[in-house]
Design a protein around this ligand. Structure first.
Ligand code: CP
Length: 316
């Protein structure tokens, strides 16, 4: 099996519960990955994903190889039938097959390039590796999804939730650079699959792809969204709409997360996947408060990765 997105999870609730058990005894399955190798290929930067996925694999007894493919690998061609007489030195057809000989699992991080919306939303890099590799693929954040982060976030909410149906709000916040929709897409997808009263709030023009919005309530009134919320999940994303895809259209500081806004919630917890720009996305007073879960979320990245890798290993 691959872990590409939520469709690779047979039962999300079971995965979340299993991860929480695994967290108690992270070395309990140390023999499962013995003599197995995972290769982590990074086309983009990382702190949490790189270290937590490596730690998860080590906890399962695996060997780990890591390559910063974006800066150290050959530039890959993805098109069919291309005459490769320009800058790209290697086709993904060979690259994926070659790495498959060195590893039992290939993990890949490849963000949206914002050059071509269709290519991004067709998951050009991950889809090509899934097509040509002969071993399972683990998604460490692709053009349009971050399933390890979303699984982490469901684990973190489960650990801190006290209600049968908590109010969970995904809020846009301003950022000076154009960021992908991947984290917001996956969070929305996993939240929709959970028993939440789920609300998304963002300025006009920042609508997400409807396939991820699903049954969520959407509002442009951030303060109204925050009222009585139990969890506030904050993320910037750039517009999905064709005309403004991948552009910065709004840096309105009134969308920043302040203590005043958090006071509207039901003593709500603040969540963010990190990295975060302090006092741009969120005020120090909020991220440093006792209701901030950001460091606990980062810790749970290990157990989300570990449950995903464990499921893949069990499928080999
Ligand atoms: N949240 C997250 O994916 O962090 P990194 O980009 O540092 O891996």
């Amino acid at each position: 099996m691959n872990y590409f997105d939520i469709n690779d999870i047979d039962n999300l609730q079971n995965w979340v519960e299993e991860a929480i058990v695994l967290k108690e005894k992270p070395l309990a399955h140390k023999s499962l990955g013995a003599d197995k190798t995972i290769c982590l290929l990074f086309f983009n930067n990382s702190l949490r994903t790189r270290l937590s996925t490596q730690k998860a694999a080590l906890n399962l007894g695996m060997n780990v190889m890591i390559m910063n493919f974006g800066s150290e690998g050959w530039q890959l061609e993805y098109g069919d039938g291309e005459v490769m007489d320009q800058g790209k030195s290697e086709h993904v057809i060979e690259a994926a097959q070659v790495v498959s000989q060195y590893a039992d699992i290939i993990a890949i991080r490849a963000f949206a390039k914002f050059e071509n919306k269709e290519e991004d939303y067709q998951e050009q890099v991950l889809a090509a590796f899934m097509k040509y590799a002969s071993v399972p693929i683990l998604n460490m954040e692709s053009a349009i999804g971050h399933p390890l982060q979303a699984l982490t976030d469901m684990i973190t909410i489960a650990e801190h939730n006290t209600k049968s149906k908590p109010k969970v709000v995904l809020s846009w916040a301003p950022h000076p650079k154009a960021l992908p929709q991947a984290v917001a897409n996956s969070f929305a997808q996993y939240a929709n699959a959970s028993d939440f009263d789920f609300v998304i709030t963002h300025p006009e023009g920042y609508e997400l792809d409807p396939q991820f919005v699903g049954k969520a309530t959407v509002t442009h009134n951030q303060k109204e969204a925050f009222e009585n919320a139990d969890f506030i999940y904050v993320k910037n994303w750039s517009p999905f709409a064709d005309e403004n895809y991948g552009k910065v259209m709004n840096t309105d500081a009134s969308w920043r997360i302040s203590a005043d806004k958090m006071a509207l919630t039901n003593n709500g917890k603040f969540m963010h996947c990190l990295p975060v720009r302090r006092n741009v996305i969120v005020d120090d007073a909020v991220i440093d408060s006792e209701n901030s879960l950001v460091i606990k979320q980062a810790n749970n990245r290990t157990y989300a990765a570990q449950i995903a890798i464990k499921k893949i290993l069990e499928s080999l």
